[in-house]
Design a protein around this ligand. Structure first.
Ligand code: PFF
Length: 470
């Protein structure tokens, strides 16, 4: 059967933007920002999006289109080695890990959407969130959200994913612009902008490593890199497209919509006395925003609009997570799409229900676990693109573009030399943190450089006979 493809550029870019824009921007970002020094975090985060996220995104695009395969097949075919194919299985794990908590949050959103018309959470927002967050009800709404996700993926690349995202993305953008304009008139808007946008270098200096770590995790998460989603989506793209142009477009739109989301969420959080913006943890958005809706005029209506948009943004991302695993089964296991979708949904139904019942499992998956999975995945992809695919990756970079291969060579140096030690450093600090080991930062940095050099040397030397240099 011929491989599925997008109808054209808009379909691909909007699907990729749909994957990127999601709960990362609307739910995880405010929570992370509040916990990591507000605007200081934003500055570091934007820097990492530019220096790490975009080149990484481009690496995934290059691997996907060059191979026309999802991650397992892409790594195996481009290297000619089955072992690299096994490395690609990381993406299958990433898809399941991501969906297992994301679908629970998607369920919370649906729960709030259904409860908004009657204002069920208006009286006691905090207690309401605690009562629905974990348990049978959370599991039931997780199943509903997962069913919607599976419904789209079931329809296929064009008739499912592309059709859904090309409608959803403009709707999300229009509603967010309208809400940001409206939110600018709220009483707390000034304080909110100050919290959100003022540069605060002191906090970065005090907590450089923690801020960088959280920012790196969030930067990868928001751009959907490291999980193989973007490899998979790019495997449905034609030769006539400029991948650097599309990667830039995706990053610009994601960052724009992300900043816009902040311009809606923060004024809402600051608009009501008594909301503690620094309330830590995953419930921050729900409790804070719900309190705001409870007190604002037309709160019910606003709440319905807000949660409807968040639900759409969440859905356009969750379908990209499911698609990683479905594409693997279709490409590598010869399953037809419909059966693959149903099968994966059945698995995530169980794993997601587990995190819907267990706050500690949920928090682990949504925080450190997903950061480690995405960082490891991206490390594998950039080392692979730069040192195994090598010059062919640069050629693919330049295919369909006006860019010179000189720019492609610079990109290859960036992803092949600068990113591995950086990613290993964040990985090292994150893992030591999780293990409760207190190692001096400089030691982790030195170790990261040494391991990166050894890794690159090992990969480059063992380069299979597959793709040739110029
Ligand atoms: N980028 C999505 C968000 O910001 O909500 C989350 C995400 C989607 C991460 C797909 C990773 C992924 F592969």
């Amino acid at each position: 059967m011929a491989r599925e493809s997008w109808t054209g550029r808009i379909g691909f870019v909007l699907a990729a933007v749909g994957s990127a824009v999601g709960l990362g921007n609307l739910w995880r970002f405010p929570w992370m920002t509040a916990e990591n020094g507000g605007s200081a975090f934003l500055v570091v985060y934007l820097g990492i999006v530019l220096a790490v996220g975009v080149p990484g995104l481009l690496a995934e695009f290059v691997l996907g289109r060059r191979s026309r395969k999802s991650p397992v097949g892409a790594l195996r075919e481009l290297s000619g080695s089955r072992n690299w194919g096994h490395v690609g299985l990381l993406s299958v794990v990433a898809g399941v890990v991501l969906l297992s908590f994301y679908s629970v949050v998607g369920g919370w959103i649906l729960r709030y959407l259904v409860a908004s018309p009657t204002g069920a959470y208006f009286d006691a927002p905090g207690a309401y969130f605690d009562s629905i967050a974990y348990g049978p009800e959370a599991a039931a709404f997780h199943v509903a959200f997962l069913a919607a996700t599976a419904g789209v993926v079931y329809g296929g690349v064009r008739d499912g994913i592309e059709r859904a995202t090309t409608v959803m993305m403009p709707v999300i953008a229009i509603v967010l612009v309208g809400m940001a304009a409206w939110a600018s008139g709220l009483a707390g808007a000034g304080d909110a902008y100050a919290f959100y946008l003022a540069f605060d270098l002191a906090t970065i200096q005090e907590n450089a490593v923690d801020v960088a770590l959280a920012a790196a995790g969030q930067a990868l998460f928001t751009l959907s890199v490291g999980a193989g989603t973007m490899i998979t989506y790019a495997s449905y793209v034609g030769e006539d497209r400029s991948l650097p142009a599309d990667a830039t477009m995706v990053a610009v739109l994601n960052t724009g919509l992300g900043v816009l989301a902040g311009l809606v969420v923060f004024p809402l959080l600051f608009s009501t006395p008594g909301v503690d913006v620094a309330t830590s943890g995953p419930g921050a958005l729900f409790v804070g925003v719900a309190t705001a809706f409870a007190t604002l005029p037309y709160g019910t209506l606003l709440a319905v609009g807000f949660f409807a948009v968040v639900a759409l943004a969440a859905l356009s991302s969750s379908i990209s997570m499911l698609e990683i695993v479905v594409a693997y089964l279709v490409d590598e296991r010869d399953l037809d799409r419909k059966r693959a979708t149903t099968g994966v949904a059945a698995v995530v139904l169980v794993t997601g229900a587990a995190s819907a019942f267990s706050p500690s499992l949920f928090s682990a998956l949504a925080g450190p676990v997903v950061d480690v999975v995405l960082t490891t995945g991206l490390l594998a992809f950039v080392v692979f693109a730069a040192w195994v695919v090598g010059a062919d990756a640069v050629e693919e970079f330049a295919t369909g573009t006006r860019y010179t291969t000189g720019l492609g060579d610079a990109w290859r140096v960036l992803i092949g030399v600068a990113l591995p030690p950086f990613l290993l450093f964040t990985l090292g600090v994150g893992l030591l943190d999780a293990a409760g080991v207190d190692a001096p930062t400089w030691q982790v940095a030195v170790a990261a450089v040494v391991v990166a050099a050894a890794l690159v040397a090992g990969v480059a030397r063992r380069r299979p006979s597959g793709p040739a240099e110029h």
